[in-house]
Design a protein around this ligand. Structure first.
Ligand SMILES: [Fe+2]
Length: 282
């Protein structure tokens, strides 16, 4: 029988409800076995933070693989040169050209919910951070679901949401050819079970949604807005304040997140993002 991996991880809660910080580990040198041990902890906790890291893009890719298969980004203009799985989030410029996406991820959402197989988890690694602003907020959709009374849970169980990449493009004011069928609308369950342990999440979002299947609008969209307002109340939300060297990973199957603004005229931010391929929500 194989021995259990010798994990001596120092794991501490981020809040009294969800999320953990792993301390005393150097992700650049600890090796794939420790990477897998960190990923194993992550799958139970929704969010994981490791501070004070110093990772090359290749080392971030290696750590990312412990969480799944890193996906190539759709917008290649902001990917790291030679590594299309790393997406650059930054307001910096080089030779007069923007090196990254300034405004990624504003508004409560889960990454890739408009895909048939949405992004399972997302990793951000901070190389430069502004002294104020740019916090990342994450909401615990499992705690939100568990807090609903059984009657309300029974009303919501079985509902399905129509997610739409085109709706997101429209929201951002970006042109979409209506005949473009590269990312067709998809239907996903509102109550999503986590593939690792079956815990249920109230998997709602706005911005990328057209409504609820079988429910006319505005009733359907209004219900989604009401539920997003419910799950993003302070008691379900963790606010990550960035430091240089932070690695933050969230689980899109059981959390919502949003970025926040910072003063781009005063400060610079440089973050490398990877996201991992997911599977069909159930
Ligand atoms: Fe996002």
């Amino acid at each position: 029988m194989d021995a259990e991996p010798a994990t001596t991880l120092d794991v501490r809660p981020l809040t009294d409800r969800f999320g953990v910080e792993v301390r005393g580990i150097d992700l650049a040198t600890c090796g794939p076995e420790m990477h897998r041990a960190v990923a194993d902890v992550f799958h139970r906790h929704g969010i994981l933070v490791v501070r004070d890291q110093n990772l090359t893009p290749e080392q971030q890719m290696e750590f990312s693989r412990a969480f799944g298969t890193p996906a190539t980004n759709q917008r290649l203009e902001y990917t790291y040169p030679g590594i299309p799985e790393i997406y650059v989030i930054s307001n910096k410029t080089k030779d007069g050209k923007k090196i990254g996406d300034v405004d990624a991820g504003q508004g409560w959402h889960t990454d890739g919910s408009y895909l048939a197989e949405p992004t399972s988890c997302t990793m951000l690694y901070a190389i430069e951070v502004p002294p104020e602003g740019s916090d990342t907020l994450m909401a615990d959709l499992v705690a939100a679901w568990n807090e609903l009374p059984p009657e309300r849970q029974a009303q919501l169980e079985g509902l399905q949401i129509q997610h739409s990449w085109k709706a997101l493009m429209e929201l951002r004011g970006l042109p979409v050819d209506p005949r473009d069928d590269t990312v067709p609308d998809v239907i996903h369950p509102m109550i999503r079970s986590h593939p690792k342990d079956g815990r249920k999440a109230l998997w709602v979002s706005t911005g990328t949604t057209r409504g609820i299947v079988g429910m006319p609008n505005p009733e359907g969209l209004n219900l989604l807005e009401e539920l997003v307002a419910f799950v993003t109340q302070d008691r379900f939300v963790f606010r990550h304040k960035w430091q240089v060297g932070d690695v933050l990973i969230w689980d899109n199957r059981c959390t919502l997140h949003t970025g926040t603004k910072f003063d781009t005229t005063k400060y610079t931010r440089l973050v490398h993002r990877t996201w991992m391929k997911g599977d069909r929500p159930v």
